[in-house]
Design a protein around this ligand. Structure first.
Ligand SMILES: Cc1cc2nc3c(=O)[nH]c(=O)nc-3n(C[C@H](O)[C@H](O)[C@H](O)COP(=O)(O)OP(=O)(O)OC[C@H]3O[C@@H](n4cnc5c(N)ncnc54)[C@H](O)[C@@H]3O)c2cc1C
Length: 376
């Protein structure tokens, strides 16, 4: 079997490495748009402790201890200077995206899976689809266009809030949600440690607040100072840091009704994105990758494997999309709740997704089934 994976992010790397472990004679190659050093994003939160938790990609790395991941058990909501604290329910793992992706790439190299960097692939520009038995599209949010296959064109929805993914050397030991009502409107920070020296600091605000604060006409440097001033009490004089490739934008939700067409199949963000406020994107990439590996393991005929994968993965992605959509909307309407106390706001936050079946239980079931296979 000859397989091409488009995109060396968590989804493509997890799929390629896990499949190679059970199908060592299959020819698997990865193409990646960026250079080896261009890995966009600060830290992400993953579920559970490595190496025990199968939805945490660190659990698949023998050198997971070198990642400097940080474990978090407490949630803290800050509003009007008050702190409402609660347990996170399960232990969360903050990990640097660069370190995680770098380690997964090293795992693929150890398994003799070639990765071609600086090789953006687009249909009609060098992709000979007939040269492969299977093409796995794992190019993340870039899959917004239909250049690979018209039938796989996603539904695209833009969030109402603007957000910016900053980093900061200030260490946030808890999973922090910080609300600041300013003269221009409400700013919200999602902050947590992901290494012993850095935290993620995602800031979001409404489109109106973004314009009222004049952010569109500020340089990166000026915007950083504005944000650091708004959150000065929690940042304790530490700066926020920008990264090339990251800018203020609206969250993009990509969704598909079908995960494959012919011998092209989608996984990870390319299949379904979900708002960062539920912190599950990388987890969903891991789960979808494992489900596709299992389908290829179970079926000798490719069409049957892809149909089986599709039947199982789409309901899970719809549940993910439902949870992420509710959460995104809760943040987009946060200004309506600024009269609540910190405790009441924390309660509203905790309850926002309760009308849907729980996502962790669905993920655990899907992953359990996907991992019921033997390695060669
Ligand atoms: C602000 C923010 C915070 C987040 N926080 C969390 C979090 O806390 N926890 C969590 O689990 N998730 C989080 N996520 C989501 C998470 O980053 C994604 O869900 C995850 O990276 C998806 O993995 P992927 O491999 O599908 O896509 P990506 O990580 O985007 O990887 C896709 C790869 O494909 C490459 N590529 C793109 N186009 C092409 C092309 N044409 N040819 C070849 N290669 C191409 C890209 O360069 C990239 O390397 C967050 C996202 C955002 C925006």
């Amino acid at each position: 079997m000859k397989i091409l994976v488009v995109g060396a992010g968590p989804a493509g790397l997890m799929f390629a490495s896990q499949l190679k472990k059970i199908k060592q004679d299959w020819d698997i190659a990865i193409v990646e748009k960026n250079t080896v050093d261009e890995i966009v994003g600060w830290g992400v939160v993953l579920p559970g402790r490595a190496p025990q938790h199968p939805a945490n990609p660190l659990s698949y790395l023998s050198n997971y201890e070198e990642i400097d991941a940080q474990y978090i058990d407490e949630f803290c909501l800050v509003h009007q200077g008050e702190h409402a604290k609660a347990s996170t329910g399960i232990t969360l793992c903050g990990a640097e995206r660069r370190a995680l992706v770098g380690a997964l790439r090293a795992l693929c190299s150890d398994l003799h899976i070639p990765i071609s960097y600086s090789s953006p692939l687009f249909d009609g520009e060098g992709l000979d689809t007939e040269a492969y038995d299977l093409i796995v599209i794992a190019n993340g949010i870039n899959n917004i266009s239909n250049h690979f296959n018209e039938a796989l064109t996603p539904d695209v929805e833009f969030g109402k809030n603007r957000y910016m993914w900053y980093g900061t050397p200030q260490i946030f030991d808890s999973m922090n949600l910080i609300f600041k009502a300013t003269e221009h409107g409400v700013f919200i920070a999602h902050a947590y440690k992901y290494s012993s020296t850095m935290s993620t600091f995602v800031v979001e605000c409404s489109e109106e607040t973004y314009h009222a604060a004049g952010i569109e006409s500020l340089t990166d440097e000026e915007a950083k100072v504005l944000i650091a001033n708004i959150f000065s009490a929690e940042l304790e004089q530490q700066a926020v840091v920008v990264q090339p490739g990251l800018q203020w934008r609206n969250f993009v939700t990509l969704s598909h009704k079908k995960a494959y067409e012919g011998h092209l199949v989608l996984i990870g963000d390319a299949l379904q994105t979900g708002h960062f406020s539920i912190g599950h994107g990388t987890t969903m990439a891991v789960v979808a990758a494992q489900m596709l590996v299992k389908a290829l393991y179970d079926h000798d005929v490719l069409d049957s494997a892809l149909e089986d994968f599709n039947e199982k993965v789409i309901p899970l992605m719809q549940l993910f999309s439902g949870h992420a959509g509710i959460s995104r909307t809760w943040f987009e309407t946060a200004a309506e709740r600024m009269d609540l106390s910190a405790g009441e706001l924390a309660k509203s936050f905790a309850e926002r997704r309760e009308q849907l079946p729980p996502l962790p239980a669905a993920l655990a079931q899907a992953l359990g089934a996907a991992l019921s296979r033997k390695e060669a």
